[in-house]
Write a protein that binds this ligand. Structure first.
Ligand code: FAD
Length: 392
């Protein structure tokens, strides 16, 4: 995409976030209120079609621009980026692996946000360990019958399509499950709303499938997609990880800005607290890590955009940016002293939102495994030392 158009779009979202989102985000968050108005405005900006190709009505943004938009949204309220994340993972799955009919059927409605998407891999007993998935889809005439329990389905109740991983005779298969938004549809029931420390305003639910029938055309990629679900999904998680890293960067930046402002206003012992070296050095460390996170996110996004395998880079960006968000939010709270602990400043919200990023889209322990595995593979493939990741 043209750099100037990308910059203009990012500036527009930044201005909107500062004018509209920031003044009310904490209030909505404390009440756990779904941000209807913000979501409608995001639809009007075309953000639900951010990564969908123009031929299906989307904006067709490149991944670096998408990551910058996610960062800006999260600067205001991390949950807004969560509304988009599962949607974009599913759009990416369909765009990359869907049949022509599946693209025609789903992408135009998804691009406008009229139909929103949830992504459903995790189960009560299968998070990191995807080999333990139990949800089954049994072939029965010209349909599949799906049964099982899915956990942590973000946007699950409001979604009109769920990309669901289920076991079939061929292995794990990804199904595009049509549904109406709401607590029940066919054999699908939203069995529980999960209470959360942060990431409020949007729903994360448990969903039970009881002999829910879907047509064979729901298999992502058609017949050749049978048994290839995990391969498709793990490829798409790279984009999800870039999203989570960009979210973490947005939260970290917001926490740093709050701390910078406060450190120059708050006076103790006759001087602004920024004048105390203990505080200034904290801010120096925080700003350094935020900048490093930004560079890692950009590097991963650019690599993904080039169509190269970005598992290592996305893992590094997600690992570093999420640990940074947690650290910067905690340090910001220290800098604000007692006020940081109150609901009068947004720092307590950043402090509650930040830990999600160390867990979501694969925990950071799992990121270490992904990075280490990729490191070894590339090392051996390239016959020894290389200049650095993300550089080619
Ligand atoms: C708010 C929220 C929203 C979510 N939204 C979605 C969603 O929309 N769709 C979806 O599919 N999932 C979603 N998830 C699920 C999320 O991806 C999982 O929680 C995550 O992958 C971890 O799985 P788990 O919770 O089962 O933890 P477990 O896998 O049980 O892990 C527990 C601990 O053990 C560690 N561990 C596990 N295996 C290893 C190993 N081999 N080596 C070292 N350490 C290990 C983990 O790092 C963690 O510290 C969401 C989660 C949350 C909290």
């Amino acid at each position: 995409m043209d750099d100037e158009i990308a910059d203009e779009l990012v500036r527009t979202i930044r201005t909107w976030v500062r004018r509209e989102v920031l003044p009310t985000a904490s209030e909505l968050e404390h009440k756990d209120t779904y941000p209807v108005k913000f979501v409608d405005q995001m639809k009007a900006f075309g953000l639900f079609g951010a990564r969908i190709a123009p031929e299906y009505g989307g904006l067709g943004l490149d991944v670096p621009t998408y990551a910058r938009l996610i960062e800006e949204l999260s600067y205001g309220w991390m949950s807004l980026a969560g509304v988009l994340n599962t949607h974009m993972i599913v759009a990416n799955l369909i765009g990359r692996f869907g049949t022509g009919d599946q693209k025609q059927r789903w992408l135009p409605e998804m691009a406008t946000g009229q139909r929103r998407a949830a992504f459903s891999l995790s189960e009560p007993d299968a998070g990191s360990d995807t080999k333990s998935l139990r949800c089954r889809a049994v072939y029965d005439g010209d349909t599949y019958r799906i049964s099982g329990t899915k956990m942590w389905v973000t946007n699950g109740e409001r979604a009109g399509i769920v990309a669901l991983a289920a076991r079939t005779a061929e292995g794990v298969t990804c199904f595009l499950v049509d549904k109406e938004p709401g607590p029940a549809y066919g054999g699908i029931t939203v069995s529980r709303h999960i209470g959360k420390l942060g990431y409020k305003g949007i729903e994360t639910v448990e969903m039970a499938y009881s002999d829910h029938r879907v047509p064979v055309s729901a298999v992502l990629g058609g017949e050749s997609g049978l048994g290839r679900g995990l391969q498709f999904i793990l490829g798409s998680l790279e984009l999800g990880r870039i999203n989570v890293a960009a979210r973490a960067l947005g939260v970290a930046r917001a926490a740093l800005d709050s701390a910078m402002t406060y450190a120059q206003e708050r006076r103790t012992f006759g001087v602004p607290i920024f004048e105390h070296q203990a505080i200034a050095f904290k801010l120096a460390d925080m700003a350094t890590k935020v900048e490093a996170s930004r560079l890692l996110v950009r590097s991963a996004a650019e690599r993904f955009e080039r169509g190269e395998r970005a598992d290592v880079e996305a893992g590094m960006a997600k690992l570093f940016a999420s640990e940074t968000a947690l650290e910067v939010a905690t340090e910001a709270m220290r800098i604000l002293g007692g006020y940081g602990y109150t609901t009068e400043f947004p720092v307590e919200r950043y402090f509650r939102d930040a830990p999600l990023m160390i867990l979501g889209e694969g925990t950071n322990e799992i990121q270490h495994m992904v990075i280490a595995r990729g490191l070894l593979k590339r090392w051996n493939e390239e016959g020894g030392e290389r200049e650095g990741f993300g550089s080619s």
